[in-house]
Design a protein around this ligand. Structure first.
Ligand code: NDP
Ligand code: HSE
Length: 440
């Protein structure tokens, strides 16, 4: 074997993920060197507080608060600080000096990806980010490399463990959202501020990254439609269960043609009804999964741990070995592909099936009135079910709950239908509107 010099590896951050990267490097460093074709020498670990307790045994002399000095002369810089600044500045410094960079920073890639990829391309370096989406699950490399010869048409992902854990608890134990969130926080799944999880910001960042990769198009984070799970009720979860569905927070990336014939892409995050027979319905607890539909390959599913220190460190080390191999072989890094440059279409261009629940007066002609509202707005009804009528608690007229499933309808037509139903005399209230995804 040809002897190769040690590669200098600088690590920024030694928290949940960073400390596990050090631990795995200590445990498997020799083996990883064989796989990489080069020694991997950890030359330093930048942190905020060198005296803070660590979950790995990091030699004191490696710790520093001077990240900038550590980056100078490094062959590979691993950024595991998180957030936008100073992570962005450090990554640009590393790339501009010719180092390859490995990061798990979804927030940064989703918001500043194009700037960072351009900086890498300019100097022939490469930015690796397998851990930024769905933690340990290999999904970036499959989309960029394994499926490079195919046409990805759609991705549906459960890419936030916290919300999947909460929805699963609501579904299986009948727990409330607040209680389930408290448990998710206790178990370390949720971010320090869980707003990013439950309001769908974290999933939206991952959707932007997946859509950009899958469709060779820059998808800005601001163009991702986002709805979180805070408005999902126990009643919705229970009636979904009774109807053979489960509610999941989905990140959906799709290639589509809108009503005017414009071909583009859509990236969106919202809670949706998924049939219990769909593979994504079986994704329990805090696990993640990404379901990919490709023209030639058909349906593919990637499943596993979407978070966790050691699990995420696995993806980081995979990238480190790739970066090292690249150094050994030489030549420029692989540039990010955005040649398709498709327009990102608004949510109003999307067509989906819906399930709408209405509380209505139980008397002759109500069903016909409601059916007419759907017809007037061009929304085709597929199924109707009515629950047992009940006399109002105040002794008033009997009411019934109607659950109406639609064929595919546009967001715009559906919104107009719901508004018209809300204003119709026969409707007491529109109690639930949910999209249905993953049914044939
Ligand atoms: P932590 O908050 O646990 O760790 C952050 C580390 O960065 C700490 O060691 C901290 O130092 C250090 N740090 C913060 N600011 C600076 C600074 N200005 N200069 C030098 N060091 C600094 O984060 P995680 O390990 O959880 O996450 C790291 C990245 O991985 C994030 O981008 C996150 O989104 C991503 N990720 C995390 C997952 C997870 O399960 N945790 C899953 C997937 C991705 P100190 O310890 O001294 O405070
Ligand atoms: N808070 C995130 C989650 C961590 O719940 O999935 C991984 O990005």
């Amino acid at each position: 074997m040809i002897e190769y010099r040690n590669l200098r590896v600088a690590l920024l951050g030694a928290g949940s993920v960073g400390a596990q990267v050090v631990a795995l490097l200590q445990k498997h460093g020799d083996e990883l060197a064989q796989r990489a074709g080069a020694g991997l020498e950890l030359v330093g670990v930048a942190v905020r507080d060198v005296d803070a307790p660590r979950t790995a045994d990091i030699p004191r002399e490696l710790l520093t608060t001077d990240a900038e000095a550590l980056i100078v002369g490094a062959d590979v810089v691993i950024e595991l600080i998180g957030g936008i600044e100073p992570a962005r500045t450090y990554i640009l410094q590393a790339l501009n000096s010719g180092a390859d960079v490995v990061t798990a920073n979804k927030a940064l890639i989703a918001t500043h990806g194009p700037e960072l990829f351009a900086a890498a391309e300019q100097v022939g370096a490469q930015l690796f980010y397998e851990a930024a989406v769905a933690g340990a699950i290999p999904i970036i490399r499959p989309l960029r490399d394994s499926l490079a010869g195919d046409q990805v048409t759609r991705i549906m992902g459960i890419v936030n463990g916290t919300t999947n854990f909460i929805l699963d608890r609501m579904d299986t134990d009948g727990e409330g959202l607040e209680t389930a969130l408290a448990t998710a926080t206790e178990l370390g799944y949720a971010e320090a501020d869980p707003t990013g999880d439950i309001e769908g910001f974290d999933a939206a960042q991952k959707a932007a990254i997946l859509a950009s990769l899958a469709f060779h198009t820059t998808v800005p984070i601001d163009s991702v439609h986002r709805e979180g799970i805070t408005s999902v009720t126990a009643e919705q979860v229970a009636s979904a269960r009774a109807a053979g569905f489960v509610i999941k927070l989905l990140a959906i990336c799709e290639r589509l043609t809108d009503a005017s014939g414009t071909e583009g892409v859509s990236a969106r995050v919202y809670p949706a009804l998924v049939p219990r027979t769909h593979p994504l319905a079986a994704v329990r607890g805090a696990k993640n999964a990404v379901f990919v539909e490709a023209e030639a390959a058909g349906d593919l599913m990637f499943y596993g741990a979407g978070a966790g220190g050691i699990e995420t460190a696995s993806a980081v080390l995979g990238d480190l070995v790739s970066a090292a191999r690249r150094h050994v072989i030489g030549g420029p890094g692989i540039a990010e592909s955005n040649h398709a440059d498709l327009p990102v279409l608004p949510i109003s261009s999307v067509t989906t099936r819906y399930q709408i629940s209405l509380l209505v007066g139980d008397r002759p002609g109500v069903l016909a009135t409601i059916a007419a509202v759907f017809a007037e707005h061009g929304v085709s009804v597929e199924t109707v079910s009515q629950s047992v009528s009940s006399v109002g608690a105040d002794g008033g007229p009997a009411t019934a709950t109607l659950v109406i499933g639609t064929h595919e309808a546009s967001e715009a037509d559906l919104a107009a239908t719901v508004a018209a139903l809300g204003g119709n005399d026969v409707v007491r209230s529109v109690t639930s509107v949910l999209r249905v995804e993953g049914s044939d």
